[in-house]
Design a protein around this ligand. Structure first.
Ligand code: ZN
Length: 305
């Protein structure tokens, strides 16, 4: 290397740095945060094929390659803090991986909705809501085999994080379920992009969630996009990371245009921010701060169920 012309040396080191960055970007894992609504990432043994892993009897997403396998465990929001166990099945043997679910405090968010039927629906509306919930839950628990699952997500859109994951919701004074996704506010019509490759599992128009798209990324990883003004994909369509799937809207239960983004690991809805690089998370938070600083005290932040 020392006899190389300086320019060539510089070029070669630039190529090496880019290659290393590429490897890291492709192999980026979700941040391990073993709390209710979080993700626990466990390194597993090298093996020619991914081992089967279960948590409370349910299948766990395993990603990586024959040198490094990782279990990506979704911890439900209602999980109790304390001891937890994974069962790892390898050819000829099974062993356990123990971990601890740490307690986590989520903030309380009080929201005022003008349409009281979005807080206390009629019996007929409740029937519709329950029918839709069955379908939504089945979509969120969808499991499909996949050779490669891309867990290195990119942000679906540049917006402001207006409602965090896990917030305890009080709608018009009535306690409701905690927030099982994040809300990103942006002007209506802003394109929403797939955070990684996958297949469109389902689309629909629901009472609370409005126009919605589900993407199946494989092996139990499903993402959900709600309140869209327009859906730009159809069921069974393959999508690439970065491809437009729809536009920001205000359909369903909202107070302004925003995207409700949900991430499910075999039915456990977990914090989507754990799948994004830290600078992307900081950008979502910064945009919210700048939006707050110019708003009036009566600003009603856009929300979703
Ligand atoms: Zn929401």
């Amino acid at each position: 290397m020392s006899r190389m012309p300086p320019l060539l040396r510089l070029l070669l080191s630039a190529v090496a740095i880019l290659a290393a960055a590429g490897v890291r970007a492709e192999g980026r894992l979700p941040r391990s945060e073993p709390v209710p609504g979080g993700v626990f990432v466990a390194a597993l043994h090298a093996a020619p094929i991914p081992p089967r892993v279960t948590y409370n009897g349910r299948r766990v997403l395993v990603v990586g390659n024959e040198r490094n396998w990782y279990a990506v465990v979704g911890i439900p929001l209602d999980a109790r803090p304390g001891k937890a166990t994974l069962v790892v099945y390898e050819p000829g043997r099974a062993h356990t991986v123990r971990f601890r679910i740490r307690p986590h405090h989520y903030p309380t968010q009080r929201i005022t909705l003008k349409n009281r039927r979005m807080v206390t629906p009629t019996p007929e509306q409740l029937q519709r809501i329950n029918r839709e919930l069955t379908r939504i839950h089945s979509d969120l628990r969808h499991w499909s085999p996949a050779l490669h699952v891309d867990v290195a997500f990119r942000t679906p859109l540049a917006g402001a994080l207006t409602s965090p994951f896990g917030a305890r919701r009080i709608l018009n004074g009535k306690p409701r379920k905690p927030h099982s996704g994040i809300d990103i506010a942006a002007p209506a019509g802003t394109p929403i992009r797939a955070p990684a490759g996958g297949t469109v599992l389902d689309t629909g128009d629901y009472y609370f969630n409005g126009k919605t798209v589900f993407i199946d990324h494989g092996r139990g990883l499903v993402t959900m996009y709600c309140h869209l003004s327009r859906i730009d994909v159809h069921r069974d369509q393959r999508v690439k990371g970065g491809q437009i799937i729809g536009r920001v809207g205000r359909t369903g239960r909202v107070t302004g245009p925003n995207l409700h983004w949900g991430v499910s690991l075999d039915g456990a809805l977990v914090n989507p921010l754990l799948f994004l690089p830290k600078p992307a998370v900081a950008a979502l938070r910064d945009r919210d701060r700048s939006a707050r600083s110019v708003s009036t005290p009566t600003r009603n932040s856009p929300v979703a169920p």
